[in-house]
Design a protein around this ligand. Structure first.
Ligand SMILES: Nc1ncnc2c1ncn2[C@@H]1O[C@H](COP(=O)(O)OP(=O)(O)OP(=O)(O)O)[C@@H](O)[C@H]1O
Ligand SMILES: [Mg+2]
Length: 224
């Protein structure tokens, strides 16, 4: 049984009387601890795919199975609980809370879960140091560069030590050296914490550096 399994998933959008078929029968198995890159043209459906994989968006047809269990068969509260416990997201837009500092943003998911405050802040600080932002913990998102904000979002996605990390272009706003640093960090958390990660990137070199490479095109996901 695969750790995470996508079975014949379809997803379309309807807008102004038009239907856009984005995912057209996607099937894929991910093993626990895999580190995977996902490439594909702009508009191919990479973000859509990550949202379905991460249970944020239900497919029109098909199934997402976590350890053999169909996640969309659960009720909304159960799905939300599963998502909070299991999945860390780095969205294409960082969605940091503007009125809170970098440290508070990273700590937030754990504070919401009522974790120990002192321990949570210590972990958040350590994660910010790992993404190279030890000197920016007191900055609010408006006082960070685009790439720094993206790195804060990555630290926030890791604070609850998720089993699965879904990252949508976490290096989109970064210079090559910082981008490589983030990919190194992804490799480290994959190896050290056993996190299963799917990373969308437009950077071919970084994509190639991942142990498994997927491509999304024509509504299908294939090994690249
Ligand atoms: N809410 C929506 N309503 C209608 N169409 C949408 C919606 N969201 C996305 N789309 C369309 O679905 C297609 C897939 O979008 P998606 O965001 O998944 O692409 P992507 O591969 O992530 O692209 P990029 O590399 O530019 O981020 C696009 O053609 C987009 O215009
Ligand atoms: Mg996208």
């Amino acid at each position: 049984m695969a750790f995470l399994s996508i079975r014949n998933v379809f997803k379309s959008y309807f807008l102004h009387g038009k239907r856009i078929d984005v995912l057209r029968g996607v099937s894929l198995d991910l093993e626990r601890g895999e580190l995977v890159s996902l490439i594909g043209p702009s508009g191919a459906g990479k973000s859509t795919f990550l949202h379905v994989l991460g249970t944020l968006d239900a497919p029109a047809a098909g199934e997402v199975l976590f350890e053999g269990r169909s996640v969309f068969s659960m009720n909304d509260a159960q799905i939300a609980e599963f998502r909070n416990r299991t999945i860390g997201f780095v969205f294409q837009s960082h969605y940091l809370l503007p009125e809170f500092t970098a440290l508070e943003n990273v700590a937030m998911p754990a504070l919401i879960q009522r974790g120990d405050r002192a321990k949570t802040y210590a972990q958040a600080r350590e994660l910010l140091e790992r993404v190279g932002l030890g000197a920016r913990v007191d900055h609010r998102p408006g006082e960070l560069s685009g790439g720094e904000a993206q790195r804060v979002a990555l630290a926030r996605a890791l604070v609850l030590k998720p089993a699965i990390l879904l990252a949508d272009e976490p290096t989109g706003n970064l210079d090559p050296a910082t981008g490589e640093g983030i990919h190194q960090l992804l490799r480290d958390v994959n190896r050290d914490l056993g996190i299963t990660a799917v990373v969308v990137t437009h950077n071919e070199t970084l994509a190639q550096s991942m142990p498994r490479r997927l491509r999304l095109a024509g509504g299908q996901v294939t090994d690249a």
